[in-house]
Design a protein around this ligand. Sequence first.
Ligand code: ARG
Length: 460
Amino acid sequence: NKAQAWSARFSEPVSDLVKRYTASVDFDKRLAHADIRGSLAHADMLAAVGVISAQDLADIQRGMLQITQEIDAGSFEWLLDLEDVHLNIEKRLVELIGDAGKRLHTGRSRNDQVATDIRLWLRDEIDASLHQLQQLRLNLAGLALEHAETILPGFTHLQVAQPVTFGHHLLAYAEMFGRDAERLQDARKRINRLPLGAAALAGTTYPIDRLRVARTLGFDDICHNSLDAVSDRDFAIEFCAAAALVMMHVSRLSEELILWMSPRVGFIDLADRFCTGSSIMPQKKNPDVPELARGKTGRVYGNLMGLLTLMKGQPLAYNKDNQEDKEGLFDTADTLRDTLVIFADMVSGIRVKADAMRAAALQGFSTATDLADYLVKKGLPFRDAHETVAHAVRMCEDRGCDLADLTLPELQALHASIESDVHQVLTLEGSVSARNHEGGTAPERVRIEAQKVLKALSES
Ligand code: ARG
């Protein structure tokens, strides 16, 4: 059993099944670059405080360079016998440079090492996802600007409620994704602290310089308690929670895209590259991408629940349970990033069918509230105005026409205060442009808000 780094204490080898059961190298090898970065920073610090020699450091740097090249070239041999990414790299380092490689692990444990690796890796993932989120918001705002005047029905309870501009509807998602970006940025602050130096759990007897390592690795701070540093994965949970919220928003958008693309609704068309056909029904063009995103949202929620549950029963400090933090976390990061890349592209390729939107907004008495507001401005109390318009809607329903189709005398029969200016109020354009306040749906507002998003993003 000489392969294991910890083998001397053991009298019999583990069975093959136990080996496979406990090994993580198949999935944690994707932390390799972070692991090497962490090791180089650790070695640099050990040399600076005189725990290893300058020659040891130079050897470690040379060895790690070669290992990086081997990994990048795909020639690095990952061994299940060596359990995880850390021991695989360390073993290869010793093979390449001898004793200096054996000194690298001085004052360090895999417990603080892995916690550092995950943070380094996750920090990069967050930065990449933030970039994609920004791209998505840019494309939403761009499309919103184009459709500041395009009108579609706004819904409550999935029933036509009031007309809104399509640009306004798109900007609602830009807002949601903006908050998502804030949450990721906020989580990043707590991720960006250095566990290394905590060693196995209690710290180390060597005169280490943790701030130096933190600086080298670009961490804003260190973890201030060694037990906490090696044991908690709350930072990963926070990321998974933020990712779950992004996906929740993506899923709502998906639901709308699917609905809008349904031939029954026909508000938009998605570019062919995001859809597939049916193997049996020749007429179909299915919105596979939004449907999959809606489905993958469930998996991302599951990963969050998995991590929360993983942590809840663990006494301090490190327990091997924590090795189970990785696959769900990796899956979440991959799903988030891929989804955002695809959605940014898909959104900018939405083909808007403005005529269908408009036709739908003309059904369902979407300007009924406008008529009530009109009567209020003529002096009626709102409740009476509401009642009067309800009568008007009934009349229209009986006749199969819209409010705007009622003649002035017909409207005046409902209430004497109604004058010829009422028809302006009953049009879709009149309805949306009257809502011209901050946060309102008026085309002018949409232009202002879309420009704001575009400007903020181009400056960041
Ligand atoms: N592969 C382990 C993990 O991912 C590294 C830490 C192992 N530490 C230990 N004491 N077994 O958590």
